[in-house]
Design a protein around this ligand. Structure first.
Ligand SMILES: O=C(O)c1cccc(C(=O)CC[C@H]2O[C@@H](n3cnc4c(=O)[nH]cnc43)[C@H](O)[C@@H]2O)c1
Length: 214
């Protein structure tokens, strides 16, 4: 069996397609596209591990510069909940679940060897947040970092992949090569090349851990 690697875009896939033991699927951008593509891919062929991989932003205080790597300790759909004035109420606080009849808030557990992957790759290890839109202000970044202490990075697909993997009974992991700091939008400063290289390093480490002794 192989690992299923789900990426949002073709340039992200092109840097991973030659890796032995990996089946790479391009989902399109966002958690819905990522969940649908993951579910479809797992229905077509089973996988031992599903990896949500790609470029992402690093929160201030995460200690990750562009070109460095984040590996998820937990995957969180950070915008799933309700605003009560200035207060954000997460799904579980509201007594709601993403799975009928089963308590499941917006936090998805990851593969039990995720820490080993982070160590092998020299990556940061912490919560990976998923949002439906790129955060574009210092206040927004600060608020998310406060709401999710220790949050390392943000992307737009991880929780969708993790949700589909959970329903299929397959462990999930997110690896993000850092392209930008989360904060005021400055697309010209994004370091996409180094971020793609870091993403590849993270996927390679995960595949090596998967192939190694359990
Ligand atoms: O703002 C633009 O002009 C622009 C042009 C091309 C692409 C974008 C994106 O936002 C790409 C989103 C894509 O990349 C991931 N990503 C990378 N950095 C972040 C981030 O700081 N916050 C959220 N997502 C990020 C994301 O997973 C998407 O797949 C913008």
């Amino acid at each position: 069996m192989h690992a299923l690697i789900v990426v949002a875009t073709l340039p992200e896939a092109e840097r991973l397609q030659d890796l032995p033991g990996a089946r790479v699927v391009v989902s399109g951008v966002g958690p819905v596209a990522a969940a649908l593509a993951t579910a479809q891919a797992l229905a077509q062929a089973p996988a031992e591990l599903v990896i949500s991989a790609g470029i992402g932003g690093a929160y201030p205080g995460a200690g990750l510069a562009p070109g460095e790597l984040a590996v998820s300790s937990v995957i969180v759909q950070a915008d799933l909940g309700a605003w009560d004035g200035p207060a954000f109420l997460p799904l579980d606080t509201l007594g709601l679940s993403v799975r009928p009849g089963v308590p499941q808030g917006a936090q998805f557990a990851v593969w039990n060897r995720a820490a080993q992957v982070a160590q092998a790759a020299g990556a940061g290890f912490g919560p990976a947040l998923t949002l439906c839109s790129v955060t574009g202000s210092a206040q927004g970044a600060q608020a998310l970092a406060e709401r999710f202490p220790g949050a390392l990075c943000e992307g737009m697909e991880g929780a969708g992949v993790a949700h589909a993997a959970l329903l299929a009974g397959v462990p999930a992991l997110e690896v993000r090569g850092i392209s930008n700091p989360v904060g005021p939008r400055d697309r010209t400063a994004w370091q996409v090349g180094p971020a793609l290289a870091a993403t590849r390093r993270g996927v390679q480490a995960a595949l090596a851990v998967l192939a190694g002794p359990g």
